[in-house]
Design a protein around this ligand. Structure first.
Ligand code: ATP
Ligand code: MG
Length: 297
C-alpha cells in the first residue's frame, strides 16, 4: 500500500541525525504506529522517483532482523521513509545499564543475521553499522535500520563530512577504499565494543583533532572488549577488528563462532533486559527534560 502525509498523525520526535529527523507517527488507515524519517535532499524529481523505485524492493523481502519498511513518499525535496517503530530505541540509548555477555551475544547474533540477510537476499552492504542504527523493541527483538538499499539515496547523501564518531574501517580511512562487506564487519566489531563498554571506543576528547582520532583508528591496536567478558567474546571482536580487511571472517564463519553458538538464544532473557534498559532510558530523558525546564525558568 501507499502512504501519504494526510494519513499520518504526527507524534513526538524520536531523534535527530546528521541528515534529518525521525518522528513517531500514527498511520490512521491501518492503525499502525510507525517511525518516519525525514531526509532533506537537493534532488530533481527524476532522481527522487528513482529513489522511491529502489526502495520498493523492501516491500518484497522481510527479515526478523531488519526493521520493516512500510512505504516512502516525498514532498518537495524531502524524502519521508516510514518504518517499523521500535519502542525501546537504539542501542546507544540502552547500553548504559550494562550489557551481560549472554545479552551481548544475542544482540550480536541478530546483527550478523541481519547483515547476512541483506547480503544474501538483497545483495547489499549496510554501509552504516553503528549503535544508533541497531534498534530494539520491548519484546527484546533486535533489528537493523538505515542500510544502503538505494544507490541513488546513498549517492545523494554521500558523507560530506565525518562526524566525531567514525565507524569507518581503517582501510577506508587510509586508502579511501570503497565499501565492502569487510568494512561492515569492522563496524560491527566496533559497535559491539561500544555496546559492552558503554561508550564510543575512540572518545573525541582523548584526541586533539579528528585527524588524530582517525590516525588512531588506522594505526593503534584495535580496542578490545573489557576483561569482564569471556575469552570467546573477546576473540570474536578481535577477529572483526583485524586491520587486514581480507582476514576478517565472513558472516557464515561468524555464525559458527563459539561466542554466538555457546549461548542458547531461547534461554536469554532479552525481553527482561530490553524493558529494563528502556525504562532507564525514559527515566534519563525525563530527568534531562526537567533540567532544561528548570534552567529556562
Ligand atoms: P546518522 O544521521 O549519523 O545516521 P542516527 O542514526 O542517530 O545518526 P537517524 O537515523 O536520523 O540518526 O535517527 C535518529 C534517532 O532516531 C536514532 O538515534 C534512533 O534513536 C531513533 N530512531 C530511528 N529509527 C527509529 C525507529 N524505527 N524506531 C524508534 N526509534 C528510531
Ligand atoms: Mg540512523
Amino acid at each position: 500500500f501507499k502512504i501519504n502525509m494526510e494519513e499520518l498523525k504526527l507524534l513526538e520526535e524520536l531523534g535527530k541525525g546528521q541528515y534529518g529527523t525521525v518522528q513517531k507517527v500514527y498511520h490512521k488507515p491501518t492503525m499502525v504506529t510507525m517511525a518516519m524519517k525525514e531526509t532533506r535532499l537537493e534532488l530533481d524529481q527524476s532522481k527522487l522517483n528513482s529513489i522511491l523505485m529502489e526502495l520498493d524492493v523492501l516491500h518484497k523481502s522481510q527479515s526478523p532482523y531488519i526493521v520493516d519498511f512500510y512505504g516512502a513518499f516525498f514532498i518537495e525535496t524531502c524524502v519521508y521513509y516510514c518504518m517499523e517503530f521500535m519502542d525501546a530505541g537504539s542501542l546507544d540509548k540502552l547500553y548504559q545499564i550494562g550489557v551481560p555477555e549472554d545479552v551481548l551475544s544475542v544482540i550480536t547474533l541478530s546483527m550478523v543475521r541481519g547483515l547476512k540477510f541483506l547480503k544474501d537476499e538483497l545483495a547489499i552492504i549496510h554501509r552504516d553499522v553503528k549503535p544508533t542504527n541497531v534498534l530494539v523493541n520491548s519484546e527484546g527483538e533486535v533489528k537493523l535500520c538505515d542500510f544502503g538499499v538505494s544507490g541513488q539515496l546513498v549517492q545523494s547523501m554521500a558523507k560530506t563530512h565525518i562526524g566525531c564518531q567514525s565507524y569507518m574501517a581503517p582501510e577506508r580511512i587510509s586508502q579511501g577504499k570503497t565499501y565492502t562487506v569487510q568494512s561492515d564487519v569492522w563496524s560491527l566489531g566496533l559497535s559491539i565494543v561500544e555496546t559492552a563498554e558503554g561508550s564510543y571506543p575512540y572518545p573525541p576528547e582523548k584526541y586533539n583533532s579528528v585527524f588524530a582520532q582517525l590516525d588512531a583508528i588506522v594505526g593503534s591496536p584495535p580496542p578490545p572488549l573489557p576483561g569482564t567478558y569471556s575469552e570467546d567474546a573477546r576473540d570474536f571482536v578481535a577477529l572483526c577488528l583485524l586491520k587486514d580487511a581480507r582476514a576478517r571472517p565472513t558472516y557464515a564463519a561468524l555464525l559458527e563462532h563459539p561466542f554466538l553458538t555457546n549461548h542458547k538464544e531461547s534461554e536469554v532473557d532479552m525481553k527482561g533486559w530490553a524493558v529494563k534498559a528502556m525504562e532507564a532510558r525514559i527515566a534519563r530523558e525525563e530527568e534531562a527534560k526537567k533540567q532544561t525546564q528548570s534552567s529556562s525558568a
